[in-house]
Ligand binder design. Sequence first.
Ligand code: G6Q
Length: 554
Amino acid sequence: MNNKKNLPFTQLPTYQKLQEHYEKIKNLHMRRLFSVDPFRFKKFSMEHQDLLLDYSKNRITSETLPLLCELARDANLEEWRERMFRGDKINNTENRAVLHTALRNCSDQPVFVDGKDIMPEIRAVIDKMQAFSEKVRTGEWKGFTGKTVTDVINIGIGGSDLGPKMVYQALRPYHHKKLRLHFVSNVDGAHIEEIIERLNPETTLFIVSSKTFTTQETLSNAHVARDWLLQAIPDEKAICKHFVAVSTNQAAVKAFGIDTDNMFEFWDWVGGRYSLWSAIGLSIVIGVGSDNFNKLLLGAHEMDDHFQNAPLEENMPVIMALLGIWYNNFFKSESYGIFPYDDYLRSLPMYLEQADMESNGKSVDRDGRKVDYPTGPIIWGTSGINGQHAFYQSLHQGTKMIPADFIVSMLTHSHYQEQHNIMFSNAIAQTEALMRGRNIDETYADILASDKKPSGVEKRIHHMVFEGNNPTNTILIKKLSPRTLGGLLALYEHKIFVQGVIWNLNSFDQWGVELGKQLAKQVLNDIHQPHNINSHDASTNALVNYYRETINEA
Ligand code: G6Q
């Protein structure tokens, strides 16, 4: 299926109307929009479960969203949404269904892939994960020498690392009090070394998480871990007590020496970056327990339900997606900021970089045509409060418009309420400052208020003016919990999906990561040659040869 009449994004009927609307309102200042409409917050905000989205600080009028929704309908969004949920093979370049929503399907509805209800298999794997995790959590699972597990290391990369690591960090208040979880992804030996040098192999359990079980970085780290274990316990039988696997590749798991009874399965219809809800979440279950993992799934399911059933105009992921398109394709902003004001969410920007950019960072559409419009923006960010003392200067006074999401928790898990009040006030003040700015008269008045006879004011006043009109969304989370986190993550997943549909992309493949992997194999081979190499371009040859010489001389 394609969008109506198979038209590229820029030829969708409403695109032109939006272009005209943009020309009309592009210079309107949000300050003015707020001053003429006291109900702007009420009009442009919504709640779902414990999440409140305030999108009133955006450069939109009451005409903008209806037009954007029309654009979404031009692109057949509602039909695509249905197709995803019912298991059609919408990942067309890999001929796969896209069913991360089935992994958290808390209803009694079946979900079919190739005519088979996949829910019983999903539930069986969840049961197996939970039974195993409980054994580790209660100490019933022993290492080979009979000792209780104290440390669990997830070895994985990309989608097999970022999601579980971010969720585990976000749910710190729910952690098991004695078990420590660690995440190794980088093939730089320093990463695993730094972790295992502090640990006892007899009390360490490794989860090798790899959908394909062929990923160079993960397998290489898993072999280091295996050698480390066998050095301390020189008996191959120890492997089955200290290694479990999460994978779709049973043969490779067996070849590594892991007992396939200790393999947790998932399926090709789970994309790597959408896999934290699957067995890839085993480290999460071990870290926070089955009940909390179930609540995470429930929160995501509730958001799925909202996304699937709410009209586009009242649909949180749809609204966020459309606003993103408004800036990306009409204002031509190139990047998008994610600024969490909750320390436990500090890895969320990194997680969303992958989720969004690997999904929609594409330059051919789903039919293989080169696109003539911008697709996924550059996603970036960090903890908002730290960002204020680093790069916010550029948000306020730089030459680029950077729309952003401010994600703020209201109730804190910490004991330090006043600290939390300070953080909250900063988050909200930033969105106000970005929206309102400070014109030259206000700036002058502010200077006079602090210094009655300011000298040299003319010289600096222009440096102190803020134009404002920088758009932000604010997402208030009542309290960060497994359930609200599940909802928040599903919100972003669906936002990404909606944008992909409107840009006519396949958001579920990632061919762009392949070339580098292929060339790395060649370079590795070159490094091991007994002589200098000359088969690449001059730069690559020189760098490889310099490296060879350096390590050989060291
Ligand atoms: C995500 C990508 C990618 C993948 C990693 C790890 O959508 O596919 O990030 O998760 O490359 O792959 P394996 O799980 O197969 O090791």
